[in-house]
Design a protein around this ligand. Structure first.
Ligand code: ADP
Ligand code: MG
Length: 240
């Protein structure tokens, strides 16, 4: 298996004392859908921040497609990100929001229009380009965020609890949509959730986090049937 994303001996401390990532080794293959699952405070978001480049690792090396990322600025990493709270620009239309990553990359106007249209079609918001974020539902806003993360054709997409603010029905619809996008584009995705069911239905593999370490990484069925320890058994067995 080719290692497309690699965390190699990663540690992270924010304050010089407490290690919030204690020892992270994780390899993700190209095209894989990997979920980081674990309780609040276990280090899932920090792992994504390290990969996106918003935080430096205290120790260890992160690689993407064979290149060491440690000193590459976030903007040059070619990684799309979606957060729980959408983070859309309220003063920009939907189309302007989606086009933003292309504008900052100095892409020509006609190509921006073409790619923005395609990205909005992909999330089934083709006719919503002229609206403002506040004129959309929560689910629609989150789809705009997904379109914006995909529009520049990233090598990797990171999603940090993207469906956490949605109600159950909408969340299940969006789970299916995100899986369709993953399959259609064949893009590598790292997804974060604390919801066991969401992780079990969406993932090729799940990394179970606890206290800054991966307790087990396996296919959903394996985690369910052969948990490596009591923590994994209890956490996977919990229902929401
Ligand atoms: P999760 O996403 O699994 O809930 P986080 O990665 O957000 O976990 O947090 C892991 C630990 O790091 C927590 O104890 C949290 O309080 C701490 N932490 C996260 N971000 C910061 C920060 N910017 N500064 C200091 N501590 C932080
Ligand atoms: Mg988090």
């Amino acid at each position: 298996m080719e290692n497309f994303v690699e965390f190699d001996g990663i540690q992270k401390t924010y304050d010089g004392e407490n290690l919030v990532i204690k020892d992270l080794n994780l390899s993700i293959a190209k095209g894989e859908f990997v979920t980081l699952l674990g309780p609040s405070g276990s280090g899932k978001s920090t792992a994504l921040m390290l990969l996106a480049g918003f935080e430096p690792p205290t120790r260890g090396t992160i690689r993407l497609n064979g290149k060491t990322l440690n000193s590459v600025a976030p903007f040059h990493r070619n990684i799309g990100m979606v957060f729980q709270n959408y983070a859309l620009f309220p003063h920009m239309t939907v189309a302007e929001n989606v086009a933003y990553p292309l504008r900052v990359r100095k892409i020509g106007k006609s190509e921006i229009e073409e790619r923005t249209r395609k990205a909005l079609d992909l999330v089934q918001l083709g006719s919503f380009g002229g609206r403002y974020p506040k004129q959309l539902s929560g689910g629609q806003q989150q789809r705009v965020a997904v379109a914006r993360a995909l529009v520049f054709d990233p090598e990797l997409v990171l999603m940090d609890e993207p469906l956490g603010a949605l109600d159950k029905k909408l969340r299940e619809e969006m789970q299916v949509e995100i899986k369709h996008i993953h399959e259609n584009l064949g893009i590598t995705m790292v997804f974060v959730t604390h919801d066991q069911d969401e992780a079990l239905t969406m993932s090729d593999r799940i990394a179970v986090f606890d206290d800054g370490r991966i307790q087990q990484i396996d296919k959903p069925a394996t985690l369910y049937e052969c948990p490596a320890n009591q923590f994994v058994a209890d956490f996977i067995g919990e229902t929401n």
